[in-house]
Design a protein around this ligand. Sequence first.
Ligand code: FES
Length: 141
Amino acid sequence: MDRRSLLRYGASAAVLAFVGLNAAWVATRFRRQLPQTTAAGGNAGAAGKALVATSKVPVGTGIVIDGASPIAVVQPKAGDFVAFSAVCTHAGCTVAWAGSGFSCPCHGSTYDAAGKVTHGPAARPLSAVPVRVEGDNVVRG
Ligand code: FES
């Protein structure tokens, strides 16, 4: 490999590293958490583990459970719990409960309580997460 090729490959590698680091920074920046609408839930991603006490999700409301994969839990009618990934389908920010659905703090997307997009830029619904009630808890799985 001659000197010119070595310089060309080195410059390409530097550009790729720069782009990769910026992509990682953007992903981290847009994964903000909203403490006023979230609950601690260190095991939110584990199937069969309790996500949240049923009492923490009153009928007609939702809550976002923090974790590596934040999960939104909603109780649309008494005893009926549904859950979604709380990661906005636009660019990956964590959504927050906003009265009758979820909103994204990053670019303003909104979702209804069933996870469907009601306002963009997000184009896809929140991903459903299977849950069931076990005792006094909403459990993943
Ligand atoms: S990341 Fe949610 S609207 Fe852009």
